[in-house]
Design a protein around this ligand. Structure first.
Ligand code: GLN
Length: 484
């Protein structure tokens, strides 16, 4: 077996047994990145030299004996919105083209503390705004299942790299679907964590009340291991919750007694029939494992797209004000200070980012604040209440991740509304701050992956992982590998 075909857990077990070294494992991934990634464009930066040095240090630590951390010598990669000290961190934007992070994000530091080797930084939509990775200033990432299609977004580089075996696991971020939807499009597992579960310190902010960091991996157990390492309170993020991280694992495939909510509003006209069929079949499969499906209603679902596309751009417009050519990255030359700001931002932000800044600034402006931003916040509360009420009746919710499978590059990029509609099923959980897992559950007629979305109550990651694991271990979808 090729080393890059191992799952993260398999690789960690072999490292622990001493049958492979981190140096071999890391070199195998770097070689595969060098041969395959020119076709995919999943990596924006490959930190080959540091990775090999980390691998050698991990091997030395293991030889020395004693306690070894859980990810010792395991190669991983991270979305380029997460800071890694002394490494270029672009957020997919030309405004941060030369920005070298002076510090490391907490989530990334926790992976390093657990012994991980970092292979590099992964492509994404500019400032994580998008659903296809086509908004990256560094060119789109391609879907490993079909190079003419998008990998989803905004963590498209993370999902493509995991699917193509260019890393054993990755970190992505999810503000409105950016871990779950690319995981679904690329046939891998993606966990959106509860808001406040993983520290946002060192994450370049997009929508601060929505941003969450989560793992992408080939199996649920792999994602669970990464989650357990990055989660937990961090005094550097005031919204990080001081809650214990549950023990994970020891799961069985017996789902007797589990109540699975099936929301009526998540099966809509216009969705790809193959997606509905695959998700309904997955729900039948959960029933065969002992679960009881219960039809539920989340009545405010239809408002999620307009509510999110007011709140997220409003927060983005404030977060992005700091990029003006003085404090970070490159600067356009001009005589007056104001012109420096205007020229730098005008030249260096992409079209979608400018659109969001304008939308957000408008929604927050005096006279419109109550009508738009204030109103959106109220409806957000109603969406959250829908979930609170649903979780009084059911343990998890099962539904599609996205209404379609991966679409061809170029087909939606000039039609923002069509692109925003890709997020219909991922935005409500984001607005509610709850966890969501995407697990492979089928293919369409063209062989493109389809994801099942499992939602749990806030801080209920253990529950969605347990159910996802039971589904995965009794189906074969996660074994499929793109031909490339
Ligand atoms: N597609 C959504 C957006 O463009 C979500 C992106 C994300 O989760 N980062 O805002």
């Amino acid at each position: 077996m090729t080393l890059t075909d191992l799952t993260l857990q398999e690789a960690a077990a072999r490292l622990a047994a001493g049958s492979i070294s981190s140096r071999e494992l890391t070199a195998a991934h770097l070689d595969r990145i060098a041969t395959v990634d020119p076709r995919l464009n999943a990596y924006l930066t490959v930190t080959a030299e540091q990775a090999l040095a980390q691998a050698e240090a991990a091997d030395a630590q293991r030889t020395a004996g004693g306690e070894t951390p859980p990810l010792l010598g395991v190669p991983l990669a991270i979305k380029d919105v997460l800071c890694l000290q002394a490494t270029r961190t672009t957020a997919g934007s030309r405004i941060l083209e030369n920005f070298v992070a002076p510090y490391t994000a907490t989530a990334v530091q926790r992976l390093l503390d657990a012994g991980a080797v970092i292979l590099g930084k992964l492509n994404c939509d500019e400032f994580a705004m998008g659903s296809s990775t086509e908004n990256s200033a560094y060119g789109p990432t391609r879907n490993p299942w079909d190079l003419d299609r998008v990998p989803g977004g905004s963590s498209g580089g993370s999902a493509a790299a995991v699917a193509a075996r260019l890393t054993l696991g990755a970190l992505g971020t999810d503000t409105g679907g950016s871990v779950r939807q690319p995981a679904s499009f690329c046939g891998v597992v993606g966990l959106k964590t509860s808001y406040g579960r993983v520290s946002r310190y060192g994450l370049i902010a997009y929508g601060s009340s929505l941003d969450s960091i989560g793992p992408l991996a080939r199996t649920v157990a792999d994602a669970a291991l990464l989650f357990s390492q990055i989660a937990g309170h961090d005094p550097r993020d005031a919204t990080s919750m001081p809650m214990p991280v549950p023990a994970l694992g020891g799961w069985t495939e017996d789902l007797r007694g589990l109540r699975v909510g099936v929301p009526r509003e998540y099966f809509i006209d216009g969705m790809q029939p193959a997606v509905e069929q695959a998700v309904r079949a997955a729900i039948d499969h959960l029933q065969a494992l002992g679960a009881t499906p219960i039809e539920i209603s989340l009545p405010h679902t239809a408002y999620a797209v307009p509510v999110y596309y007011l709140i997220a751009p409003a927060e983005a417009s404030a977060n992005l004000a700091r990029f003006e050519g003085v404090r970070y990255g490159p600067r356009a030359e001009a005589d007056a200070l104001w012109d420096v700001f205007e020229k730098t931002r005008g030249e260096r932000f992409g079209a979608e980012v400018k659109r969001r800044i304008m939308l957000g600034t408008y929604a927050l402006s005096a006279g419109y604040y109550d009508a738009f931003y204030g109103q959106a916040q109220k409806v957000r509360t109603l969406i959250k209440r829908d979930f609170d009420q649903a979780f009084e009746q059911v343990d998890v919710i099962a539904c599609p991740v996205a209404p379609t499978t991966a679409f061809p590059i170029g087909t939606k990029v000039d039609d923002p509304l069509a692109m925003y509609l890709e997020d219909v099923f991922t935005l409500p959980p984001s607005l509610a701050g709850i966890p969501g897992l995407s697990v492979p559950c089928g293919n369409d007629a063209e062989g493109l992956p389809i994801g099942l979305q499992l939602l749990g109550p806030a801080f209920g990651e253990e529950r969605v992982l347990r159910v996802g694991h039971a589904y995965e271990q009794t189906t074969d979808w996660h074994h499929a590998t793109p031909a490339l």
